[in-house]
Write a protein that binds this ligand. Structure first.
Ligand SMILES: NC(=O)c1ccc[n+]([C@@H]2O[C@H](COP(=O)([O-])OP(=O)(O)OC[C@H]3O[C@@H](n4cnc5c(N)ncnc54)[C@H](O)[C@@H]3O)[C@@H](O)[C@H]2O)c1
Ligand SMILES: [Zn+2]
Length: 383
């Protein structure tokens, strides 16, 4: 039996992230006594989980309304948001009622924003069901939707009442999505908790995606994770540690600033890949390449040793994540990096490591250095 872990997030309204198994009864029990109604926001792939939660909430005497929204990014739109408001209005939702987001990061982002905006803020309980949502999207209070102008441009900070990461639901997730989520876990290892790196290094065979390298979603979904007890134990530990890293960062600094920026390690170049690939790459795969790029950049800037750069490659490729990117795309990548919201004016900004666990900002580096880092991760094999 895997033990569960509880991670306190010490923000202005503190809450707890629980990582464990079969947590739906705890989720239902956590709805405050003052609530009479619950809106469950979810998407079709999670229907059986929603049904189980529905029953548990009704057993508690709560009135349950389910908003099944379009899956993935299709759910993060103004139209879907308006639909959720309509459901809340028709159900006479009051300030003491509760929203539960059950799904991947798209659902938790939407559910959080629904809760942030209804009556200027009602409570939200997050039940993330992908590894990425557990270690990133559902923790930290950022919520929002996409617009035709871009992703995540409209949103609000709205901390959840609690977050429940049930590793049992990861069984149904394609192994490639688990591995893509692990890129963010490894990121937490590089920026703040080296023990994460040691655990991943010791368990590469258990965690890796074997059939093909995790990259574009067009790779197909591959097999589902079907985690065994050993993998579940390791993942519980890793999720707990990654959540702890994010919790420490957001507790110290809820709004954007450099501390929060360290969570963007590997993301400037990673976002440029996502943009260049028209969002057909998994986020974690793009961030994986982005971290190797940042490591090469740090090495060229004299901040990181060659061994530490190789450690990036060994861990990420060991998991089945990509660590290189086709050459000859410099112009497109540079343009994409310049339009990244983290860029100030024309000056490029990166988070790099001055040693493992010591992230620093690199602002306005010589473009030749940046291009050299790109050359170091370029793959010149024919496409
Ligand atoms: N708020 C934040 O701080 C933050 C941080 C990172 C990412 N995000 C957001 O998170 C979103 C990406 O999240 P994601 O990677 O979880 O993608 P997602 O929410 O689109 O989910 C991916 C797919 O997996 C399905 N799914 C979810 N859980 C499943 C399960 N247990 N078994 C089988 N299928 C399952 C989903 O229905 C969907 O089809 C993006 O919208 C991104 O902007 C937000
Ligand atoms: Zn990310």
């Amino acid at each position: 039996m895997t033990v569960s872990r509880e991670i306190p997030v010490a923000t202005s309204s503190p809450y707890t992230v629980t990582v464990g198994q079969d947590l739906l009864p705890d989720v239902a029990a956590s709805v405050p006594e003052s609530a009479a109604r619950v809106l469950v926001v979810s998407a079709a792939p999670l229907r059986s989980q929603v049904d189980a939660l529905h029953r548990l909430l009704e057993e508690r005497g709560l009135t349950v309304v389910v908003a099944e929204v379009p899956d993935a990014e299709a759910g993060k739109t103004a139209e879907v948001l308006a639909f959720c408001w309509q459901v809340l209005g028709k159900s006479d939702f009051t300030r003491s009622d509760i929203v539960i987001g059950l799904g991947g990061g798209a659902v938790t982002d939407l559910a959080g924003f629904v809760a942030a905006t209804w009556l200027r803020g009602v409570g939200v309980i997050q039940v993330p069901t992908t590894l990425l949502a557990m270690v990133d999207a559902a923790v930290g209070g950022k919520t929002g939707i996409n617009t035709t102008e871009g992703k995540n441009l409209v949103g609000a900070f709205h901390e959840p009442l609690s977050v429940w990461c049930d590793t049992r639901v990861l069984d149904a997730l394609p192994r490639h999505d688990i591995v893509a989520g692990l890129a963010e876990v490894v990121k937490c290892g590089f920026i703040k908790d080296e023990e994460i790196l040691r655990i991943v290094e010791d368990n590469l065979a258990l965690l890796r995606a074997d059939d093909a390298q995790t990259g574009s979603r067009a790779d197909g979904h591959g097999s589902t994770a079907g985690l065994d007890e050993e993998a579940r134990t390791v993942l519980t530990e890793l999720i707990g540690r990654a959540v702890q890293v994010k919790a420490d960062v957001v507790a110290a600094d809820l709004k954007e600033s450099f501390l929060r920026e360290i969570l963007n390690y590997g993301h400037t170049f990673g976002h440029a890949i996502e943009y260049t690939e028209r969002y057909q790459w998994r986020h974690g795969a793009a961030v994986s390449v982005g971290m190797v790029f940042a490591a090469e950049l740090a090495h060229l800037a004299g901040r990181l040793s060659e061994d530490e750069v190789e450690r990036h490659r060994a861990i990420l490729s060991g998991l089945g994540l990509p660590v290189s990117y086709p050459g000859h795309r410099w112009d497109a990548l540079l343009t994409a990096m310049r339009r990244d919201k983290k860029t100030r004016g024309d000056l490029l900004r990166f988070v790099i490591l001055a040693g493992i666990g010591n992230p620093v900002r690199l602002e306005g580096p010589d473009p030749a250095l940046v291009q050299a880092a790109y050359a170091a991760i370029s793959d010149h094999s024919p496409a």
